[in-house]
Write a protein that binds this ligand. Structure first.
Ligand code: ZN
Length: 410
């Protein structure tokens, strides 16, 4: 057998063609899950996969599977995938790259007449971004048994339209049961969405795992009173208590830098009137770390700090955990297939942790999984200026192809 390489120009052309669907004036993409643009991108992906001789199936949560038969078609498939949906001001590469890299693998196998032992599949997962409908990695999560189909279908967007209604409207509530089928290995190629590869001038990130995330909502209760007549020592200012708690989120992350990160993305004060001392304040706290013990430390530290600050200021607080994604450890054989492929193909590489959630993190629950990162410009993603070079994207796709072939033993 010859030693196949993917066609980087064809991959780039497909990415640019896909990026026209939902293109924004600023050069980005707005292709929200289950929107008309999402439907259009799915239709295009299916057309291309059928042209490449793949058999298509769609499951009840709308995940699309493009299958290229193997010589022993009863074997569990070697699989790759990602997502076609984007953030409202998303870019051309987050998600679409992994989906179209899967397609490029199929096209390359065809070009070189490669017969794999196991079937190969390229997947487009539904609603990875979790912005229009709040749960991220929804399609892969249902597939992996992390969520139930009924729960996900019931989620409504800001206009009150449910996931289930919209999935049916665009014609992608498929017939196939979700999940419950064996997978030999799952690989996902993705832009890094962070600065490390570019900064170190490395082409391939060998992703060994994903960081864990614990996300909290904290409500602080004090006492409303007059901003002019209430002396400072007599105040029970819920917002000032929250301000000091928020500072702790940053301090806890800095104490575990660079792995630890902490973010307060939402804040509300009540009654939000300029001359009333706030009686209630609300904020969110998002804590992440690749090491589960360190992440638990950060969460415990936040709880202690909130207690101490509340007590000192005559406040009470409630802290609710809204999300707990444990850290993901990818499969050693899959990770070393990625590392070995990068090595053999002569690409510079380093091991790296994924800082964002990905469909691969869902898949790691039920199958041997790993990811391949390529650099993106200035580490920026979830933005219209998101960018990556054709050469790096081609390199990541070559690594994907060769990692899949190695796992297949073909
Ligand atoms: Zn993504």
């Amino acid at each position: 057998m010859d030693d196949p390489r993917i066609d980087g120009e064809r991959l780039w052309a497909s990415l640019m063609e896909m990026a026209k669907i939902g293109a924004t004036p600023a050069g980005g993409v707005c292709r929200l899950a289950l929107s008309d643009f999402d439907k259009e991108s799915r239709d295009l992906f299916i057309t291309w996969c059928e042209d490449a001789g793949c058999a298509i199936s769609v499951d009840r949560v709308g995940n699309i599977f493009a299958r290229r038969a193997g010589s022993d078609d009863g074997l569990a498939p070697v699989v790759t995938g990602s997502h076609l949906d984007t953030q409202p001001t998303g870019g051309k590469f987050d998600g679409a790259y992994g989906v179209l890299a899967g397609l490029e693998v199929m096209r390359t196998l065809n070009d070189h007449g490669v017969e794999t032992k196991a079937p190969f599949e390229a997947i487009a997962w539904t609603n990875e971004e979790g912005c229009r409908f709040t749960t991220s990695m929804a399609g892969s999560g249902v597939f992996a048994g992390v969520y139930t189909l009924d729960d996900i279908r019931a989620h409504a967007d800001a206009d009150g339209l449910t996931f289930g209604e919209e999935l049916e409207r665009i014609g992608y509530a498929g017939a196939e049961a979700v999940g419950g089928r064996p997978i030999a290995a799952y690989f996902e190629a993705h832009i890094e969405q962070g600065p490390f590869l570019e900064a170190e001038n490395k082409t391939i990130g060998v992703v060994t795992g994903g960081q864990g995330k614990r996300s909290f909502e904290i409500t602080v209760a004090g006492r409303e009173s007059h901003a002019g007549t209430t002396p400072m020592p007599a105040r029970r200012d819920a917002l000032m208590g929250a301000v000091h708690m928020i500072e702790e989120v940053e301090a806890l992350a800095l104490a575990k830098a660079p792995e630890g990160v902490g973010t307060v993305g939402m804040i509300e004060a009540k009654p939000n009137s300029r001359n009333t001392i706030p009686g209630s304040a609300f904020f969110s706290a998002d804590l992440r770390h690749p090491d589960p013990a360190a992440l638990d430390d950060m969460a415990a530290g936040l709880k202690r700090s909130c207690g101490r600050i509340a007590e000192a200021r005559g406040l009470t607080y409630e802290m609710t955990e809204v999300t707990h994604y444990p850290a993901t450890k990818f499969d050693e054989a899959c990770v070393s297939a990625v590392r070995g492929a990068a090595e053999r193909l002569g690409y510079s590489h380093r091991d790296i942790i994924s800082r964002a959630g990905h469909d691969a993190c869902s898949m790691a629950h039920i199958a041997p999984a790993a990811m391949i990162f390529v650099p993106c410009e200035n580490g920026i993603s979830h933005a219209e200026i998101e960018n990556a070079t054709p050469d790096d994207l081609a390199a990541g796709c070559n690594v994907l192809l060769h990692a899949m072939l190695q796992i297949d033993g073909s």
